[in-house]
Design a protein around this ligand. Structure first.
Ligand code: UDP
Length: 470
């Protein structure tokens, strides 16, 4: 403080906005923590929360940043709407509360960063005359697709999924019709028009922060910045990888999981988890169980009750309650038969801690970008099992472009993946003596370089911090 007064400078105060769901709250908190490392920075997070789960409460408690809770407005007509529609409508309805919170802060905000569903609040920053940024907690190829969506909307006729050719994005890899993110699956659904609105809103910010790094996606980043190619005319800052570290998980009783992992041989365990919101059918869960058993490999599996509803059925409620046993969820006798080699964790696991453990040799994952970064930065190769959101694109990027994952022959959302295929993938990848594992190690090193002093992401974040300091 003294230093600030001496130089007659106001303390930089960054305000971040997160939309509901742990998949949004966690990345915003982790970004906030990065800015806290800058001298004298104050970071406040406006968290529009669903207030439904223990996991959310724990994540908020361990955030290190100041948190202002904005309860998600209750909009009854949204029951039954898709996750994206619910998020967009909720965040729009929350704007007055967000405006009130920003305007009444004791220390005047110096800048405002919103997540991808928070763009309706960007005009509040204009009213306050402070810089405004969007944080895309995913990768650059996804960002390209979102900002290019309004152009695709003009030039493509019919449903995207019915196109015979991949969708071309200037300067980036084309997107296969089956890989488009969920809101693009049906152009008549409200979530599609909501995403078009997002695509148009992002370029109206003063800059976009994206959770990737130059070396990982230089081609996509170059294209995004090329004024002749892309629709985005504002700077793009590649600040990643920003992800959860084990020290964020101190509120969880991770001791019993770590103790179990401690007893397993190095790189021998496959970790199975489908992120903060992923769920699957009863039949698919049984095939995964039998597949793990057939593979004869060790595993840690975060188990959620099966559902025949959407693959993101747990999005707003993850971590609520606990399992009262596995009967009726897993095949009969599975728990007893795998007792020596498998650990079942109900609902929510200390994932960053698990992925950092030396015993973990592979990650069967829904390919959420947060989980992906946690995996590759720990040198853990992946089995890609995309379920919802932009995860099909992520799986393609990981398996076909970056070479850090193997994947199912057919998308798991299209067809139940049989136990033999599950077992085969697990056996192929565990042990890390394969091309995929070598590639993950390379990428781990390049991530470390980007984050090191003078590294590209470190420099990009410092640039943004400097703008916030004014
Ligand atoms: N996570 C966790 N325990 C779990 C499931 C998820 O700690 O049992 C964390 C995970 O480490 C990651 C985040 O939740 O930081 C999930 O984000 P991701 O982008 O992978 O997926 P999403 O939740 O957006 O589907």
């Amino acid at each position: 403080m003294e230093d600030l007064h001496k130089h007659n400078k106001v303390q930089p105060h960054l305000v971040l906005l997160s939309s509901p769901g742990l998949g949004h709250l966690i990345p915003i908190i982790e970004l906030g923590k990065r800015f806290l490392r800058h001298p004298n920075f104050k970071v406040t997070i406006l968290a529009v929360t669903s207030q439904t789960s223990d996991a959310e409460a724990e994540v908020l408690r361990s955030s290190l940043c100041d948190i202002i809770n904005i309860p998600a407005p209750d909009i009854p007509v949204l029951t039954g709407a898709t996750v994206v529609t619910r998020l967009c409508v909720t965040m729009r309805a929350a704007v007055p509360a967000i405006r009130a919170a920003l305007s009444s802060m004791q220390l005047r905000p110096s800048a405002f960063i919103v997540d991808i569903f928070g763009t309706d609040s960007l005009p509040v920053a204009v009213e306050l005359n402070i810089p405004k940024f969007v944080y895309v907690a995913s990768h650059a190829w996804f960002l390209s697709l979102v900002v290019y969506l309004p152009v695709l909307d003009e030039i493509i006729e019919g449903q995207y999924v019915d196109q015979k050719e991949p969708l071309k994005i200037p300067g980036s890899s084309p997107v296969r019709p089956e890989d488009v993110f969920d809101p693009m699956l049906d152009r008549n659904d409200m979530q599609y028009s909501e995403c078009l609105t997002l695509g148009k809103a992002i370029p109206r910010s003063d800059g976009v922060l994206v959770n990737t790094w130059e070396e990982l996606q230089c081609r996509d980043l170059e294209a995004l910045r090329d004024q002749n190619l892309m629709v985005l005319k504002v700077p793009v800052y590649a600040v990643g990888p920003i992800m959860r570290e084990p020290d964020s998980e101190t509120g969880w009783d991770s001791g019993w999981v770590v103790q179990w992992l401690d007893k397993q041989p190095r790189e021998s365990v496959v970790y199975v988890s489908f992120g903060s919101g992923g769920t699957m059918s009863f039949e698919q869960m049984r095939e995964i169980a039998f597949g793990l058993e057939l593979s004869e490999q060790r595993f840690v599996w975060v188990v959620r009750a099966p559902t025949e509803r959407a693959a993101d059925a747990a999005f707003f409620t993850t971590g609520r309650g606990s399992s009262d046993g596995w009967s009726g969820v897993l095949p009969e006798g599975f728990v007893e038969r795998t007792r020596e080699v498998g650990l079942l964790v109900p609902q929510w696991a200390p994932q960053a801690t698990i992925l950092k453990h030396r015993s973990v040799g592979a990650f069967l994952s829904h390919c959420g970008w947060g989980s992906t970064l946690e995996s590759v930065t720990n040198g853990v190769p992946m089995i890609a099992w995309p379920l919802y959101a932009e995860q099909r694109m992520n799986a393609t990027l990981l398996a076909e472009e970056l070479g850090v994952a193997v994947r199912t022959k057919v998308l798991p959302t299209k067809k139940v993946v049989a136990r033999e295929e599950v077992a085969g993938m697990v056996k192929d990848i565990i042990g890390r003596s394969n091309a995929v594992a070598d590639r993950v190690r390379e990428i781990k090193r390049s991530a470390e370089k980007a984050l090191s002093p003078g590294g590209s992401s470190n420099v990009a974040l410092a640039q943004v911090a400097k703008m916030i300091e004014g």
